[in-house]
Ligand binder design. Sequence first.
Ligand SMILES: CC(=O)SCCNC(=O)CCNC(=O)[C@H](O)C(C)(C)COP(=O)(O)OP(=O)(O)OC[C@H]1O[C@@H](n2cnc3c(N)ncnc32)[C@H](O)[C@@H]1OP(=O)(O)O
Length: 373
Amino acid sequence: MKKVVISGTGLFTPANSITNEELVTAFNGYAELFNAENAQAIAEGTVTAIEPSSAAFIEKASGIKSRYVMEKSGILDPKHMTARIPERGDDELSLQAEICVRAAHQALDNAGRAAADIDMVVVACSNMQRAYPAMAVEVQEALGIQGFGFDMNVACSSATFGIQTAMSAVQSGQARAVLVLNPEITSGHLNFRDRDSHFIFGDACTAIIIEAEETAKGRHQFEILESKLKTQFSNNIRNNFGFMNRFDESGVGKADKLFRQQGRKVFKEVCPMAAEMIKETVERAGLQVSDISRFWLHQANLNMNQLIARMLLGRDAGPDEAPVILDTYANTSSAGSIIAFHTHHEDMPSGANGVICSFGAGYSIGCVVVRKK
Ligand SMILES: CC(=O)SCCNC(=O)CCNC(=O)[C@H](O)C(C)(C)COP(=O)(O)OP(=O)(O)OC[C@H]1O[C@@H](n2cnc3c(N)ncnc32)[C@H](O)[C@@H]1OP(=O)(O)O
């Protein structure tokens, strides 16, 4: 079988960052307004008052200190509580394609590649900006890539599922090189009025070039030794937004058309699944967990990652073994493990092994074992 490498990655980080304190001030402002407007109903017991959020809780429960967003002022306005981003015309590059292009240029540069070397574009993320045409085809056009492109959505595991799809395309000869993009504008599906989850997500876009080892030119190449995917249905992370929403506008309300989760259940159920998947995939690669020097884990919750590392290693992981980026990026869905990889791989010596592992809605888990060239 043809050997395949990750030959370059890229990252787009939005210019605006929001601290926990800023986010909590906005949320508490909203809560005060809501409680004042509904004072009588709250006193009568027909409406529940909104409790204030707390920056200390957020950092302790999740490890998140701040997050990047495409637009900040609307999210921090207690009367608005979502980003203010004007719609673009059909003749303009869409926002999601724009951030793909920004990340793609960096990945192409790191891989020593030009658009003409790419035959396939995959946009793999949790939310597409529109139904069609596919985002990937717009990105293909914007970059001047021949060949073909398509979108795929496996929520937080979109990047790892995209890597395996790209690897198969290279191995089967469908593409010489594939550009996988993970444009996560998570602020669009985050309910900033929900105390349990308003702090969870941030925006970012990652790009990955996958190609045959024999012709790869990237400065830091990682051979893909093994990859394994798993899905198991769960309602514990769910978003009912979709094209049939307009059939029944009475619905069960608006909040179910945004991200919602049973965080405790997710924590309890996903950690053992992810640890087991990592162990299985590493063993399928002919290695032991002790042969892995770095784990680029999905970046949703610090306590989750620490627990998974303990399940695997029987001890706490050092910061070099399981790099953390969620403190400043929060959960960027599928981009998270790739941001960790992108920002923490250059120092690895030749021959060092690592694992990229994503886990999230579906449930979906993707595990990719790599070795530095
Ligand atoms: C695309 C994807 O990645 S999907 C995301 C995948 N999801 C995950 O990975 C999430 C995994 N789970 C988690 O991260 C955690 O469960 C969290 C961070 C969501 C919540 O942390 P937990 O410790 O489980 O907190 P929990 O929800 O049980 O709340 C604990 C208490 O804090 C309170 N609380 C909740 N939110 C807040 C807040 N913002 N500020 C202050 N207090 C809060 C709760 O009401 C609760 O109070 P109670 O004990 O009086 O009932």
